[in-house]
Design a protein around this ligand. Structure first.
Ligand code: FMN
Length: 311
């Protein structure tokens, strides 16, 4: 089976998830290509693939604007093509499910058929920094879910996320973030602690940061992905109106040696509990099925040997 996954990842969470999918699909014998939508040249012929994946981080309960720009440019297909969506976001609220409504209404007209949709909780890159143990738990959970979810995609078992009441108008309202990002992006500033390594200039997915005579300029194409501020080694980028929500420095996704204080332990508590409980149930169920299948095939093999000996 040939699979193409097109994705955007601002600060690495979605890429991490996509990389795991690629590993799993390849181990199952699939041919997999990936395309980072920030790269300009989309050289793939979608008609050549059996299934297409679209992956993105949720931005204000929507797909990031760069994903919209990408899917709008996709060609209309001659025949219907199965599509799976992979999303990551910091909290597991069901409201996040509305993020695929608008992208799907564009893609449906181009003959893409949504068959599977998965949402993985990954640590925040804005609002607040998740504790290392939470980041570790999120990633460990995603790592166990992905092989099960990937198998569903390959088996053709359709899985969709639950709808949210008034999802379409709500998603429309929250898409103010696309415009707000551009407005706020022009208000980014660089602090004196900047060492002019120019990493931000080089990694910005929309090439929105330029330097002239040692002065940084932030243009009007910011998509609020947070990559520049999150990865700045000197934490020298001020993100305009959202400075208080800034998160700086990559997560290690390692289990910390000692438990740190969780200042946000009440935040969306029930929602996280539900997410991890559902994930645990899905993982246990899949383990049970695979143990039963193993027992069955061992029994089948033993019986075949006995029958062969008796003949
Ligand atoms: C501008 C912006 C808006 C976000 N909005 C949401 C949101 O509505 N819901 C949510 O759970 N997480 C939200 N997040 C958090 C990201 O979705 C989350 O950290 C994601 O895993 C980041 O993925 P990436 O590293 O691939 O960019 C937002 C992040 C950014 C930068």
């Amino acid at each position: 089976m040939k699979i193409l996954i097109c994705y955007f990842s601002g600060t690495g969470n979605t890429k991490r998830v996509v990389d795991k999918y690629v590993e799993v699909f390849k181990n199952k014998g699939c041919e997999v290509d990936t395309f980072r939508v920030e790269n300009q040249n989309f050289e793939y012929n979608i008609e050549d693939y059996d299934k297409i994946g679209l992956a993105y981080p949720i931005h204000a309960f929507n797909a990031p604007s760069i994903i919209f720009d990408f899917i709008k440019k996709l060609p209309k297909l001659k025949e219907e093509k199965p599509l799976f969506i992979i999303k990551t976001s910091g909290e597991p609220l069901r409201l996040n499910n509305i993020s695929s409504i608008k992208p799907m209404s564009i893609l449906k007209k181009k003959n893409f058929k949504l068959t599977n949709e998965y949402h993985y909780c990954m640590p925040y890159n804005i609002i607040f920094r998740h504790t290392d143990s939470m980041a570790y738990k999120m990633w460990e959970t995603a790592k166990k879910l992905i092989p099960i979810d990937a198998q569903e995609i390959l088996d053709g078992t359709e899985v969709k996320l639950k709808k949210f009441p008034l999802g379409r108008p709500l998603a429309f309202v929250f898409r103010i973030e696309h415009w707000g990002g551009r407005f706020n992006g022009k208000r980014y500033k660089v602090k004196d602690s900047c060492v002019h390594c120019n990493a931000c200039v080089n990694i910005c997915p929309t090439h929105n940061i330029t330097v002239e005579n040692g002065e940084f300029h932030f243009g009007k194409n910011c998509i609020m992905c947070m990559r520049c501020a999150f990865l700045c080694q000197k934490n020298a980028i001020k993100i305009g109106l959202f400075e208080k929500w800034k998160v700086n420095g990559p997560y290690t996704f390692q289990k910390p040696d000692k438990e740190e204080e969780n200042k946000h332990k009440k935040y969306c508590k029930k929602s996280y509990q539900k997410y991890f409980k559902r994930a645990e149930e899905k993982i246990k169920n899949a383990q049970k099925i695979s143990a039963e299948e193993k027992d069955f095939s061992e029994e089948f093999e033993e019986n075949s040997v006995v029958t062969a000996k008796n003949q």
